[in-house]
Design a protein around this ligand. Structure first.
Ligand SMILES: [Zn+2]
Ligand SMILES: [Zn+2]
Length: 173
């Protein structure tokens, strides 16, 4: 959203409330059920301007371990100092650029910053639960649903080698 900060710069208001919907960029394997709901406030304290935003994004995807559907709301907090373009030196911007958002003319556009932060912060792997035990590597049954027959036959890896040798002998018959 492009925010007209003119009234703030002129000292007519001390804060501007922000509430809008932001279309997030797609993430592979994840559906965003709606646009991100962005709320926050831009405040001016004797020329020191701060932006505080919260973005909430409903998503639908699948667990990276057990493939169960995962639904949730991802929430991101963003805090930035607001500066008018040209006021900060290039050195300051190079060193602390991540801490600022810039006003161009009398407008502030926060969409790009928000989109970038969302993409950086969004989990690369979704999990149904932090400790999801995943699937049995042999039969593919979700371990959460209880043990499968495979787990009873779990054998010492050294014995497993013997077992394959035995199988080979059988094949040669
Ligand atoms: Zn899972
Ligand atoms: Zn199994």
């Amino acid at each position: 959203m492009v925010i007209d900060v003119g009234p703030l710069l002129r000292g007519e208001v001390k804060k501007i409330n922000i509430d809008y919907m932001l279309t997030a960029e797609p993430v592979s394997g994840v559906d965003f059920e709606s646009d991100a709901h962005v709320t926050g406030v831009l405040t001016d304290n004797a020329g020191y301007m701060r932006l505080g935003l919260k973005a909430e994004l409903k998503y639908h995807g699948e667990c990276a371990r057990c493939l169960a559907p995962v639904d949730g709301v991802f929430s991101l907090d963003l805090e930035r100092t607001v500066a008018v373009e040209g006021v900060l030196s290039e050195e300051e911007l190079e060193e602390n650029g991540d801490e600022y958002v810039l006003i161009h003319g009398s407008v502030l556009d926060v969409d790009q910053t928000l989109c970038e932060e969302l993409m950086l912060a969004f989990p690369t792997k979704l999990l149904c639960e932090e400790d999801c035990p995943g699937l049995c590597p042999k039969c593919g049954k979700p371990r959460r649903e209880g043990s499968c027959d495979c787990s009873d036959k779990e054998i010492d890896p050294r014995l497993a080698i013997l077992a394959t040798l035995f199988d080979k002998d059988k094949d040669s018959d």
